[in-house]
Design a protein around this ligand. Structure first.
Ligand SMILES: [Cu+2]
Length: 119
């Protein structure tokens, strides 16, 4: 009996490790056109980490699926950029070119969080 419990515990641990490993937000690279779609839903930006090459202009295309007011604004504090997201529509925002660095973005309450990484 104890053996089976141990086996179950081991399986559970394996599952948890697997879950944390694979559920980590994947960084997304900009396509050749420089357009990156970002879905705003369930409290997260997807992708939450966007990698772009230094010196290239990019367009972030936000798609807001979350009706809560929390999701309605996007702020790039370091870039002095702020804009509203219409619900259910695409909102394209041209950014850059930027110098290398990390530029966090968020909703006005800092619940949605993302990062634009320029390399
Ligand atoms: Cu918010």
């Amino acid at each position: 009996m104890g053996f089976i419990v141990n086996l179950l515990a081991l399986a559970l641990m394996g599952f948890i490790v697997w879950w944390f490993w694979f559920s980590r937000p994947q960084a997304k690279q900009a396509s050749a056109s420089g357009v990156i779609e970002v879905v705003v839903e369930n409290g997260v930006y997807t992708p939450a980490r966007i990698e772009v090459p230094e010196g290239a202009p990019i367009t972030l295309c936000f798609i807001r699926r979350d009706p809560s007011p929390c999701a309605e604004k996007v702020l790039f504090n370091e870039l002095d950029i702020a804009f509203d997201l219409p619900l259910g529509e695409k909102k394209a925002v041209a950014i850059g070119p930027l110098s290398a660095g990390e530029y966090p973005f968020s909703c006005q309450m800092q619940m949605y969080r993302g990062s634009l990484v320029v390399k």
